[in-house]
Unconditional design. Structure first.
Length: 78
């Protein structure tokens, strides 16, 4: 069963950008908003700490050895 959603107090510049985007895609504002929402939720995948760690390892990211010292110095400076 479809549900009506409402977004209040949208800044005018955001509305203008959305209208321009809808026009570029030859869609109504309503259809463009639905496409944006669908794309946002369809691409979202469940994440767990294990999945995040696996993704970090796959990307080859690492933490420099001095990271703990940098964080400690930052905390001590406050």
């Amino acid at each position: 069963m479809p549900v009506n959603l409402s977004i209040k107090n949208v800044p005018e510049d955001v509305v203008q950008l959305l209208r321009a985007r809808a026009e570029r895609h030859r869609r109504s504002l309503q259809v463009e908003l639905m496409a944006i929402i669908e794309a946002a939720v369809m691409n979202e995948r469940p994440t767990s700490p294990t999945a995040i760690l696996a993704e970090i390892r796959q990307l080859g990211l690492s933490t420099p050895a001095e990271a703990a010292a940098i964080i400690r110095a930052d905390r001590d400076a406050r």
